[in-house]
Design a protein around this ligand. Sequence first.
Ligand SMILES: [Zn+2]
Length: 391
Amino acid sequence: MGEASREIMRKARQQVPEWTPSQVKQALDQQSGSNEQEIVLVDVREKHEWNEGHIPGAIHVPRGFLELQIEEAVPDKSKTVVLYCAGGVRSLMAGSTLQQMGYRNAISMSGGFGQWKNSGLPFVQPRLMTDAQARRYSRHMLIPEVGEAGQFKLLDSKVLLIGAGGLGSPAAYYLAAAGVGTIGIIDADVVDDSNLQRQILHNTSRIGEYKAESARETIEALNPDVKVVTYIERLDETNVARIIADYDLIIDGTDNFPTRYLLNDAAIIANKPVIHGSVFRFEGQLTVFKPYEGPCYRCLYPEPPPMALAPSCAEAGVLGVLPGIIGILQATEAIKLLLNIGEPLVGRMMTYDALAGEFSELRLYRDPHCPACGENAHPEDLPTYADVCAL
Ligand SMILES: [Zn+2]
């Protein structure tokens, strides 16, 4: 260290109080029981140093970005900000910068992370993305509401799609692109040429293949991070509880009423959110059924409509792009729920009229007498509607 640096250090030492690692540990332990976080621990080292290990609960603001990022990371300038680096020099300088910026209680940890570690104090090694993942998800990482932590959450998430058809196709495609780590697909059908006008997971060469297998091929080609679990069976009362148990949430892409009721009741018993979507000609709708926080499907429709009033897609027709829009909105709601961000469509039905080019929203309310989620309800005893119309 040259003469001038020594002088800067000497001045910084006069201005910035220093705590030893054990003093820092003690102060952190004291506040760990209370809700008030008076002390904020800031690691000012470079990213590669942070990646090799850091103190639990610390936030990372590299020295080079300190002036730019600290006010966002620690908006309250009256907090005690304990800074640390590798050996206690950079943190001392950083402390003097924070004082100039108006932070009243900036403290530098003497000896830095090196001494903390050598004293046998606890540290964590952060989970690392591969370089390929860092590049693939870079646009997520740039969004503060997602970031690296959110991307890891998505990679650890499990979403089940009921149906790899019109709604399931775009939903699964975008969830896979987003890096949702496990995607379950239940579908017993095979690809038919009349599906290809909207079911974009499949293609002409896959006609006759199981949709679930075709979906797996498409998803694996898009993103090798995603594990696809296929169920080539129909959802029924014998398998529904077992299949949904493994997932964080369910995207309902069915076009028939029996499955909707079956799924609704099972999801309430298992306490899993269902993202419901449906399409009809030029109109689509979606909502989130989150058990006990908003209404369920039976709160809205206690019993299925008579067959004559319930045409399926095959009978009614649908504009091919419409399930694309609704399916992507379902994927969007899934990501919001998985990351716990924004306002999910719980208790709100969003409708889209493609011809008018209009979205609108209806408020939905829980029915206290709902046979599935109301007081005194017994969802396990409710009838299924397998015989109402043909699956
Ligand atoms: Zn209900």
